[in-house]
Write a protein that binds this ligand. Structure first.
Ligand SMILES: NC(=O)c1ccc[n+]([C@@H]2O[C@H](COP(=O)([O-])OP(=O)(O)OC[C@H]3O[C@@H](n4cnc5c(N)ncnc54)[C@H](O)[C@@H]3O)[C@@H](O)[C@H]2O)c1
Length: 247
């Protein structure tokens, strides 16, 4: 993939899937803005990309804040020119079942995944219009389709992202902007290592035909493809990258 003329903004790019995506886009030639609430990790990622010969800039943001989006998109455009790709990836989980999850946790998870996705696409659209085209990839989850036991907020937020992706795909098409989402299965990232017991992980892997977790790079490869002109006729898609989980 040649992404030399692309300018990409990736949220949650300090680690995990976001970092792997920034690295893949950078290695393919794109100028990459790594946005994360943890600036130190985003800076380390940007340094690594530049060390490998790429172009990268780290910025601190909270994806839940509209003002941060305005600032980050402006910063990206000032540094590299009109944005052409946005990856809405940042997020966290607050486990809890339908009967037990607190309203505060439910709204926090909806906010960081679903509201942030809306704010990001809104903020990026004028920059895409200036470029004449653009691509958005929203990082959802297989849980969007199958739900998760004890994952009420997360499953609802991720399912909402699929609906929002499809609405945006319809609305943005006339601007030359494609909007897709990926639905990863279990992926070996700090988030999963930090919160999932071996027992739960092994149960989920037993339901996965490929019998292993994805590497962050395997998710990043699909995201980068959807950002690229190679995917020029793909919009409104919800692409499972799950090793066959939920076939
Ligand atoms: N790991 C998996 O198995 C898996 C599976 C399906 C979907 N996903 C989704 O992929 C995405 C990335 O997951 P991951 O496993 O790499 O997570 P991770 O926790 O390893 O990384 C998430 C990053 O997002 C950042 N972040 C969190 N809240 C933020 C905020 N408010 N503003 C800005 N940055 C913020 C964190 O600082 C961190 O760098 C998430 O949306 C997650 O729901 C992950």
């Amino acid at each position: 993939m040649d992404l030399q003329s692309e300018v990409a903004l990736v949220t949650g790019a300090g680690r995990g899937i976001g970092l792997a995506t920034a690295e893949k886009l950078g290695a393919s030639g794109a100028a990459v803005v790594l946005a994360d609430q943890d600036l130190a990790t985003a800076e380390a990622g940007a340094l690594a990309i530049e060390g490998a010969g790429g172009r990268a800039l780290a910025v601190q943001m909270d994806v839940r804040l509209a003002g941060d989006w305005t600032y980050v998109v402006e910063t990206a455009v000032k540094r590299y020119g009109p944005l052409t790709a946005l990856v809405n990836n940042a997020g966290f989980d607050r486990p809890g079942g339908v009967a037990k999850v607190s309203q505060e946790d439910f709204e926090a998870v909806l906010s960081v995944h679903l509201t942030a996705c809306l704010l990001g696409m809104r903020a990026a659209l004028p920059a895409f219009e200036r470029a004449g085209y653009g691509a958005v990839v929203n990082v959802s989850s297989v849980y969007a389709k199958i739900g998760g036991h004890g994952e009420a907020a997360y499953s609802a937020a991720k399912a909402g992202m699929v609906g929002l992706t499809k609405s945006a795909a319809r609305e943005f098409a006339r601007h030359g902007v494609r909007v897709n989402c990926v639905l990863p299965g279990l992926t070996d990232t700090p988030a999963i290592r930090g919160m999932m017991s071996d027992k739960v992980r092994d149960k989920l892997l037993a339901e996965t035909p490929l019998r292993r977790m994805a590497t962050p790079g395997e998710i990043a490869n699909v995201i980068a493809f959807l950002c690229s002109g190679e995917a020029s006729f793909v919009t409104g898609a919800a692409w499972e990258v799950s090793g066959g989980w939920n076939m």
